[in-house]
Ligand binder design. Structure first.
Ligand code: NBP
Length: 473
């Protein structure tokens, strides 16, 4: 009998938890996985929720089990697997049915799939889901794309299963075709920058201030009650206070310093470059992870360039720690200014009309970058939907004016101590370039004209295409 509210394909860690979340919220879900063992395993583990699940051994059974018009969510490995799954589903679905890809798709693929399905009458909804395993089970942030009409038909399900921030759902419609997956990509790019800047502060605390992991853990715990309050600060405090059960050493001390990445941060940086939007904090974070992978080379280079710097004396440790907190806030402001600038530019290029106030709201709970700070961003976009750059919005001007000196001191301390802080230092460089009325780009233009006759504009005349009186040769 076709009485399921939705179908879900892909019962690995994310899909399985989303299904349980849907069932918890009263929905009847038809479930399918390429390897049937995962389906039986979920049915066995679901306890009383199993009554709301319909295990299907084939896609035909799945299609027959859902009440039309049928929404089918995919929670499978991103990439080719999604194309294969869509191709297999197509003949089993009919006009008005929805295929909702909830995996981490590259948004370019989503745009293509949306266009391919449009003539068939099927609605393709690229939907970013953030929050990992726990988010999927108890409430993720959900960034949906596709058509507004299609979203209207799954809105109840998505808002019910999403995280809630003070009672408000953290699910929302971002725009047509690839908008939802694009917003998820930028979320991940900002996440990279946030994590990197926290790691850089940790490095300074450790090597310039000589703090132990447990001491740092206490500091992050305290910071989580202030303007930096966020999931990432919270877990950093917990991580730093955790000991390795085998050795008794701080857990961070036994973890190899080689960071992994699955690619979404890199996608965000590529989009920024492609759009011509500076996103140096995100790029710095991607590069920092890449550089961390060259462990052997770093160890060899360390021998060639031993640090023989006179490290600056820090006389007032408490003041230095307070400065680090403000510096991290300043860096965070620059990272979010960059991330939101990428979204604004992409929205304009794709004609998405991304609701940036809503993006900030959706990110306030359920996702990895959830934080108190996102309230300030949503308020800025509520007050002025055409924000040019968050750095010049009144609330941010006040915060940045208070904290930029600290970012400067921290970058200077790190440079004098030989500590690499690519995201914080590029945040400062971005801020300084953004607030400088006249940059040395005059000389760049002269050089371009000298070697390539590219022409330039003049400060004292209208129009362009002027050339300098350069002597050739
Ligand atoms: P995985 O990304 O590890 O994918 C495993 C699932 O994909 C299994 O159900 C597997 O079926 C299925 N699958 C594969 Br692999 N190839 C397939 C194909 N050709 N046709 C049909 N199904 C296929 O699962 P996950 O970690 O649960 O993540 C699911 C999606 O959610 C991914 O896009 C991921 O990037 C995204 N995501 C993950 C997280 C996270 O924290 N893990 C967070 C946010 C988003 P099988 O059982 O038969 O092999």
């Amino acid at each position: 009998m076709a009485d399921a509210d939705i179908g879900l394909i892909g019962l690995a860690v994310m899909g399985r938890n989303l299904v349980l979340n849907m069932a918890d919220n009263g929905y009847r879900v038809a479930i399918y996985n390429r390897t049937y063992a995962r389906t039986t395993s979920l049915l066995n583990d679901a306890g009383p929720l199993a009554d709301r699940l319909i295990g299907c051994e084939s896609l035909d059974q799945l299609a027959a089990a859902i009440r039309p018009p049928r929404p089918v969510a995919l929670m499978i490995k991103a990439g080719e697997a999604v194309d294969q799954q869509v191709a297999a589903l197509r003949p089993l679905l009919s006009g008005g049915d929805i295929i909702m890809d909830c995996g981490n798709a590259n948004y370019h693929d989503t745009v293509r799939r949306f266009a391919e399905l449009q003539p068939t009458g099927l609605v393709y909804m690229g939907t970013g889901v953030s929050g990992g395993e726990e988010g999927a089970r108890y409430g993720p942030a959900i960034m949906a794309g596709g058509t507004r009409e299609g979203y209207g038909r799954v809105e109840d399900i998505l808002t019910s299963i999403s995280a809630k921030y003070e009672g408000e759902s953290c699910a929302g419609f971002m725009g047509t075709d690839g908008a939802g997956h694009f917003v998820k990509t930028i979320h991940n790019g900002i996440e990279y920058a946030d994590m990197q800047m926290i790691a850089e502060i940790y490095m300074i605390m450790r090597h310039a201030l000589g703090l132990s992991p447990a001491e740092m853990g206490d500091i992050f715990e305290r910071w989580n009650k202030g303007p930096l309050e966020s999931y990432l600060i919270e877990i950093t405090g917990k991580i730093l206070k955790t000991a390795d059960p085998d050795t008794g050493k701080p857990m961070v001390d036994v973890i190899l310093d080689r960071a992994g990445q699955k690619g979404t941060g890199r996608w965000a940086a590529i989009e920024a470059l492609d759009l011509g939007i500076p996103a140096t904090t995100l790029e710095g974070a991607v590069a920092a992870r890449a550089l961390s992978a060259f462990k052997d080379q770093r160890l060899a280079a360390e021998k060639l360039y031993p640090l023989d710097l006179d490290r600056p004396e820090i006389n007032d440790r408490d003041a230095a720690i307070a400065g680090l907190e403000r510096a991290l806030l300043a860096g965070k402001i620059c990272a979010y200014a960059q991330g939101f600038a990428i979204m604004a530019a992409s929205s304009e290029r794709a004609g998405w009309n991304l609701p940036l106030n809503q993006v900030a709201r959706v990110w306030r709970a359920g996702c990895i970058i959830r934080s108190r700070f996102l309230n300030v961003i949503s308020a800025a976009y509520d007050a002025n939907p055409d924000v040019t750059n968050l750095l010049v919005e009144p609330g941010f001007v006040a915060m940045m004016s208070d904290s930029q000196k600290d970012l400067r001191s921290v970058v200077s301390l790190a440079a004098e101590s030989g500590l690499p802080i690519p995201s914080l230092s590029s945040a400062l460089a971005y801020f300084d370039a953004y607030r400088t009325g006249r940059l040395p780009a005059d000389l760049i233009q002269a050089q371009r004209d000298f070697f390539g006759a590219h022409g330039f504009e003049r400060t004292d005349r209208d129009g362009g295409g002027f050339h300098g009186p350069w002597a050739m040769g």
